[in-house]
Ligand binder design. Structure first.
Ligand SMILES: Nc1ncnc2c1ncn2[C@@H]1O[C@H](COP(=O)(O)OP(=O)(O)OP(=O)(O)O)[C@@H](O)[C@H]1O
Length: 266
């Protein structure tokens, strides 16, 4: 069933398989994401993060298993989701406002203006993308996704090409829009600090399955100077690199993980 007004949806990924050229990328992957939850996906390059996002977007089909959105099996394109990529994918010959209005009915200008105001670009609506900085282009891409009131926002390394300061600003913007609009968000990122800073939960893909399912129960906005913040970052990095945990945080983290997983399964 379609969620209304951008309210988040549950995403249930069941035993999903995907292969390319007879090589298994996703190998019976299971993941449950709650309505309105912010989940980040991390893992080594090539482990299948973007593949999973494309399957959830319905851009490609699964070779096995299924993806359910609020208990309804996804077939074809996921019309409740919008996706944002590393390169904003703006049309260079269209102005900012026209880029955001793409695919919308002719009377949607007001709504597009509101989305552009929310991302802090109301003064740049008549500019062409070539006049914008990298961060501004990604703000347009974010407005273009949000103007459709998605129930699910899929973020494929959207901040990967930005400088460190712009990245921090954009993380804050994405987090505040997620809080206001209450959509479900799935972020693919290589930056474990970014994942810990804005997610309710970080999941790690390895060998085509979820290898770590780590809730981040820290208050928001997250303080990077908080020792617990560094503990999560270190532990997740250790697990990505298959290193033995240096400080033996695993036990604490595993207890939190188990109680979180119990709560979503009940
Ligand atoms: N269309 C395709 N045809 C063939 N192989 C593909 C295709 N798409 C992805 N792959 C392969 O599937 C594997 C997973 O790719 P994917 O892009 O999902 O990884 P990723 O974890 O997002 O990587 P990165 O972090 O480097 O972006 C890679 O080995 C990739 O080469």
């Amino acid at each position: 069933m379609r969620a209304v007004g951008g309210k988040g949806i549950n995403v249930h990924i069941k035993a999903v398989k995907k292969s390319y050229d007879a090589r298994n990328v996703l190998n019976g992957l299971d993941l449950k994401i709650k309505e309105g939850e912010f989940v980040s996906i991390v893992g080594k390059s090539g482990c299948g993060k973007s593949t999973l996002l494309r399957l959830i977007a319905g851009l490609e089909g699964c070779d096995g298993g299924e993806i359910n959105l609020n208990e309804t099996q996804l077939e074809g394109l996921n019309d409740q989701a919008r996706m944002m990529f590393q390169d904003g994918r703006l049309l260079p010959w269209k102005r900012v406002l026209e880029n955001v209005c793409l695919g919308l009915p002719a009377n949607s200008k007001q709504k597009a203006m509101e989305a552009l105001t929310q991302v802090g670009l109301k003064d740049r609506v008549q500019d062409f993308p070539s006049k914008l900085s990298g961060g501004q282009k990604q703000r347009v891409a974010l407005a273009r996704a949000l103007v459709h009131d998605p129930s699910l926002l899929l973020l494929d390394e959207p901040l990967g090409a930005l400088d460190a300061l712009t990245r921090l600003e954009m993380q804050g913007l994405i987090e505040s829009l997620w809080k206001q609009r209450k959509f479900t968000a799935i972020l693919v990122t290589h930056d474990v600090e970014e994942a810990v800073a804005i997610s309710d939960r970080v999941v790690l893909i390895d060998h085509g399955k979820i290898y770590l399912n780590q809730p981040i129960p820290l208050p928001r906005p997250r303080q990077r100077t908080n020792p617990a913040f560094s503990m999560y970052v270190e532990e997740i990095l250790d697990r990505i690199m298959n290193r033995k945990s240096k400080k033996n945080y695993s036990m604490i983290l595993n207890q939190e993980t188990q109680s979180f997983l119990d709560s979503i399964n009940n």
